[in-house]
Every structure is written in structure tokens, then in C-alpha cells.
Design a protein around this ligand. Structure first.
Ligand SMILES: [Zn+2]
Length: 69
């Protein structure tokens, strides 16, 4: 049997380049680790921004010193 695993090429969502969609490419469907990280970082910071909105205001209110001088 001369069955060779078919190498499937997909388009990398990040850079639009060719990406090997097979178990040997652990970053699939991305073409590389860099592309995977870029995409993940994009949505991670996007949702993070919404979550961490009140932090500054909270800190500000806490820091305001009592007027006793
Ligand atoms: Zn890529």
C-alpha cells in the first residue's frame, strides 16, 4: 500500500499565506506560531479591554485623600 497522507493546504487566517493543515503543523490552521499568537493576542486583548474597565476608576476613588491638612 503506497498511501501517503494527503497534505492539505489551507489559508492562514492571519497572514493569508499557505498553511499546512496536518498533524505535523501544530499551529494549524495558522502557518506558524507567530501567526497563531498574533490572532490569539488580538481577540484576547479585545475581550480583556471590556473586562478591566472599572479598575482605574476604582483605584482613583480609593486614592483620593481626605482633606485634613
Ligand atoms: Zn500565517
Amino acid at each position: 500500500m503506497g498511501i501517503t497522507a494527503k497534505k492539505r493546504i489551507v489559508t492562514c487566517p492571519t497572514c493569508g499565506g499557505e498553511s499546512l493543515y496536518s498533524p505535523e503543523n501544530e499551529f494549524r490552521p495558522f502557518c506558524s506560531e507567530r501567526c497563531k499568537n498574533v490572532d490569539f493576542g488580538a481577540w484576547a486583548s479585545e475581550s480583556y479591554r471590556v473586562e478591566s474597565k472599572p479598575t482605574t476608576a476604582d483605584l482613583d476613588a480609593d486614592e483620593s485623600p481626605p482633606k485634613s491638612h
